[in-house]
Ligand binder design. Structure first.
Ligand code: FAD
Length: 408
């Protein structure tokens, strides 16, 4: 690229910051403009539902780079500014401060935002969501006071906040319309492992139910009503019912959009010189033979550098095995692959399921398509390699703790 080129990144996110870092590492000498509508420099979100929420991690530990890194690396970081329109013909982005920025290449790293629950009373004070650092701080202050918490949604964020709320001494009820926790992430078999963990910590689950109404007094929530007519005391409510990819800019500009911004394996969107990565990207994955969008920290960490190389004209194929992690109480887990319902026909375990020290393998037609290690460490790289290999495995050997995964 000519030295005077300008690369604009919309989304001062983990993906955006990693892309900027890689552009410089790869020798790009042009202008880099990194636009973010939050007032914080790029930070990582996983601590917001774990250590930072619990008050165990310092704020300084969540940032992707030191404050001085941006100026040192010639990255024009503009915070508190929102990109409001994209004109792919004029190669220009409009900003909410009235300005415009012209680009030679553009990266959309706009991420996702929480899906809102739209029931009567959902605008009452005390009905909280968790995406940004300020949300985590508000939630921490709320949980600190104890009381009754209703968690709406037994997904990852809902369960991690539930664990934090229990550790803060709150009484927690989780309301989840699916038959089991984590149903859409892990299928019916493994969700029970996580639900049991929480039940042992005193959490009450109301599965097969949804919240139909919040009630309160003085503008503050005090009760949640479920579809069974049950009225739950609720000093605080945490809604964790999924996230929606932030596709507005792309959709308004006429780019192909559908469950994210559609991209090829090189992370090119349908518009010339417009690239996409992170939570907002629904990119073609050769491993799966279809477009895949994930909301994973590791995907931000790896697709940021990958898209930077693609922006520089290096031919890349972004095809890593999806990787996700979670920590709840004393349980730590890592998942490789996408064990969604419908994608597998069998689950094989090795290790101690009841003691929650095991590996679960999801198989389809005798081939491992995903794996999860729970309180077992230093195996996820091998599990990723196994899911990538796509070969038939011997189930007895798969279940045998003495057979190294790399030998399967
Ligand atoms: C509380 C929480 C806990 C999590 N825990 C885990 C975990 O344990 N493990 C795991 O694998 N993943 C976890 N994740 C998911 C992980 O954090 C996300 O996958 C990751 O943050 C995605 O990064 P991103 O860069 O794609 O987007 P984001 O982090 O969403 O960042 C996008 C940024 O772009 C900004 N933006 C959007 N539109 C515009 C615009 N028009 N103009 C300017 N700026 C804009 C947004 O405000 C935001 O700052 C967690 C997420 C949350 C919220």
């Amino acid at each position: 690229m000519p030295a005077e080129s300008t690369f604009v990144i919309v989304g001062a996110s983990l993906t955006g910051a990693k892309a900027a870092e890689t552009l410089r590492e790869e020798g790009f000498e042009g202008n880099i403009v990194l636009l973010g509508d939050e007032h914080e420099r790029p930070y990582e979100r996983p601590p917001l539902s774990k250590g930072y929420l619990l008050g165990n991690e310092e704020k300084s530990s969540i940032y992707v780079h030191e404050e001085s890194w941006y100026a040192k690396n010639g990255v024009d970081l503009r915070l508190g500014v929102r990109a409001t329109a994209l004109d792919p013909g004029a190669k220009q982005v409009s900003l909410d401060d009235g300005g415009t920025v012209a680009y030679d290449r553009l990266l959309l790293a706009t991420g996702a935002s929480p899906r809102r629950l739209n029931v009567p009373g959902s605008d009452l004070d005390g009905v909280l969501y968790l995406r940004r650092v300020g949300d985590s701080e508000r939630l921490r202050a709320a949980l600190h006071g104890g009381g009754h918490v209703v968690t709406v949604g037994a997904g990852w964020i809902g369960l991690e906040v539930t664990a934090a709320a229990r550790e803060a001494g709150c009484e927690v009820t989780v309301v989840e319309p699916e038959p089991v926790a984590l149903y859409r992430s892990l299928g019916p078999e493994l969700g029970g492992v996580f639900a049991d963990l929480h039940k042992e910590h005193g959490v009450v689950f109301r599965t097969g139910e949804s919240v139909t109404e919040f009630r309160g007094s003085g503008g503050k929530v005090s009760e949640a009503v479920t579809s069974s007519g049950t009225v739950l005391p609720a000093d605080h409510v945490v809604v964790g019912i999924g996230a929606i990819p932030s596709t507005g800019l792309a959709a308004d500009a006429g780019l192909d959009v559908g469950n994210g911004v559609i991209a090829d394996a090189g992370l090119h969107s349908s518009a010339p010189d417009v690239f996409v990565a992170g939570d907002v990207a629904n990119s073609f994955r050769p491993l799966y033979g279809k477009h895949v969008r994930v909301e994973h920290w590791a995907n931000a960490l790896s697709s940021g550098p990958a898209v930077a190389k693609s922006m520089l004209g290096q031919g890349i194929s972004y095809d890593v095995v999806p990787y996700f992690f979670s920590d709840q109480y004393d349980l730590g887990m890592e998942t490789a692959g996408l064990p969604e319902p419908g994608s597998y026909d069998k689950v094989v375990y090795r290790g101690n399921l009841e003691g929650r020290e095991f590996i679960a393998f999801w198989l389809s037609g005798g081939v491992v398509v995903a794996g999860m290690n729970v309180n077992v460490w230093d195996v996820n790289d091998d599990i990723q390699a196994l899911t990538q290999a796509r070969h038939q495995v011997d189930e007895a050997r798969l279940a045998d703790v003495d057979v190294p995964i790399a030998d399967l």
